[in-house]
Design a protein around this ligand. Sequence first.
Ligand SMILES: Cc1ncc(C[n+]2csc(CCOP(=O)(O)OP(=O)(O)O)c2C)c(N)n1
Ligand SMILES: [Mg+2]
Length: 352
Amino acid sequence: MHIIESKIFLIFATYFKTTMKEFSKEVYLKWYEDMTMWRRFEDKCRSLYLKQKIRGFLHLYNGQEAIPAGFTHAMDLSKDSMITAYRCHIHPMAMGVDPKKIMAELCGKATGTSKGMGGSMHIFSKEHRFYGGHGIVGGQIPLGAGIAFADKYFDRKAVNICFMGDGAVRQGALHETFNMAMNWKLPVVFVCENNGYAMGTSVKRTANHEDIYKLGLGYEMPCLPVDAMDPEKVAEAAYEAIERARRGDGPTFIEARTYRYRGHSMSDAEPYRTKDEVAQYKLEDPIEIVKKRILDNKWATEQELETMDEKSREFVEECIEFMEQSPYPDTSQVYDFVYSTPDYPFLDKLEN
Ligand SMILES: Cc1ncc(C[n+]2csc(CCOP(=O)(O)OP(=O)(O)O)c2C)c(N)n1
Ligand SMILES: [Mg+2]
């Protein structure tokens, strides 16, 4: 009886199995357009930082672009959400947040995504379900599971994509979260963007093996590594994980193997790696992979791609222009949006 029932279920599931959007010409051209613009945006941020228009911390994303490109291809952007750490300018753009507002936020302007009061590490958009932008390494891991808990509780059929770095997986919060997320089968995809380094500490030096994805095994969480220089491979792994979460079968842990071309932040002299190492990784640059497939398939000519590059450059200039034209927040707002909890426990004892 059971065998017959499960066979019927299998036929039913196969018949109604949803499939991912094709990797069509349009998808590739959109990837090329987005990824060149993202790269250009980050390069411009670097020069704005040197001109002291961007202050505080600045962590650039160059080299990792295939990850948001692949994930947003596989996601349902009408309901799924995302959360990440402080290297967070590009993920929200992939989710649909206006890059002009992100540029304004980076420079502390009132037209920014958080009215100029968050800055580089705290891009946020409730409208696009991009929930930050977190500076505490690993702090977003339990938050991502919390968002997924709410999605499940309110039966939204939505999935949270929770990104973290290779440094963040060494935090205890990851293990508590993995345990709960598996126990409650939360609709979340945990993604470690393994770019080889946590500040100046290489993955090699952090643990006795380098297969970060295996951290899922102790919780019997489906887990796998993926070549994250290729957006197609990212999208395929993402889609399977997202669909698993959406049908109620719980989380997946993906180790997205990537590389960051720039230093950890603007104050990094990079003594921990050689120029040769960086050059070696640039040979498998994600934008070049996309470009090659477009050219091989004759979806565009070199000339047409150059025109797209030019458009990306112009668009980033428009973002800067928008930021320059925007005012700083009024000084009267300095205490706005700051929480104070007068009845916070033990505060009275501290004051006395
Ligand atoms: C709890 C905590 N410990 C230490 C730091 C200091 N810190 C900032 S970034 C960072 C490295 C994190 O590296 P990784 O998770 O690999 O992310 P990546 O910078 O490579 O994107 C550290 C240790 C912090 N912000 N929070
Ligand atoms: Mg890292």
